[in-house]
Design a protein around this ligand. Structure first.
Ligand SMILES: Cc1cc2nc3c(=O)[nH]c(=O)nc-3n(C[C@H](O)[C@H](O)[C@H](O)COP(=O)(O)OP(=O)(O)OC[C@H]3O[C@@H](n4cnc5c(N)ncnc54)[C@H](O)[C@@H]3O)c2cc1C
Length: 156
């Protein structure tokens, strides 16, 4: 039997679980009596592989807040909620950029990928947001994560 016929006659193995490339988040990870951390508080598109970094930073921040006070009310965790919201917003931006440039298919997407590479060779600061996954989102200038920056990237 030729290979293609053998494949066509094959039996589908399964069930096969897949992980969608998406981000999730909650408006606030803090409620009276509960603080969400890690994936439970919202996870980043897996394309940039930040899950453990995010979770461990959550653990560090929340752990230090708990150790620094005996008043464990929601107000104690406000700095965590604020930092996490901006951290995840920046990581969503970086992951979306990665997905659009590197994980879309078809002639249009391929042409955009090539245009982006050429433009970046001329201007290494183009798409600086992508550096967030390597150095940490807080170390990249805020201007890299604006709507204007996104529009500029998509206009390449
Ligand atoms: C296929 C895949 C590939 C990934 N690759 C990477 C990668 O390359 N790099 C990276 O950094 N991250 C990666 N991640 C993401 C990373 O695994 C997660 O972000 C990270 O494990 C989140 O940690 P967590 O402690 O929040 O949640 P989890 O690791 O999911 O831990 C939650 C735990 O709670 C337990 N639990 C749930 N409900 C209950 C209950 N009611 N009672 C008691 N226990 C309960 C679960 O069994 C689980 O053990 C990947 C994820 C997937 C799915």
């Amino acid at each position: 039997m030729p290979g293609s016929a053998a494949i066509a006659a094959g039996t589908i193995a399964g069930p096969c679980h897949s992980v969608p490339n998406q981000s999730t988040w909650v408006d606030s990870p803090v409620r009276d009596g509960a603080v969400l951390i890690g994936d439970a508080a919202g996870f980043n598109d897996p394309i940039v592989g930040q899950g453990l970094s995010i979770s461990l930073r959550d653990v560090r921040i929340v752990g230090e807040l708990l150790l620094g006070s005996d008043d464990w009310g929601p107000a104690l965790f406000a700095p965590y909620a604020e930092e996490r919201a901006e951290r995840m917003r920046r990581l969503r931006f970086a992951a979306r950029l990665d997905a659009v440039i590197h994980a879309e298919f078809g002639p249009e997407a391929t042409a955009r990928k090539l245009r982006f590479r050429e433009a970046r060779a001329k201007n290494p600061l183009l798409g600086l947001a992508a550096a967030a996954v390597m150095v940490g989102p807080e170390l990249v200038p805020a201007e890299a994560f604006t709507d204007e920056a996104w529009a500029e990237l998509m206009a390449v």
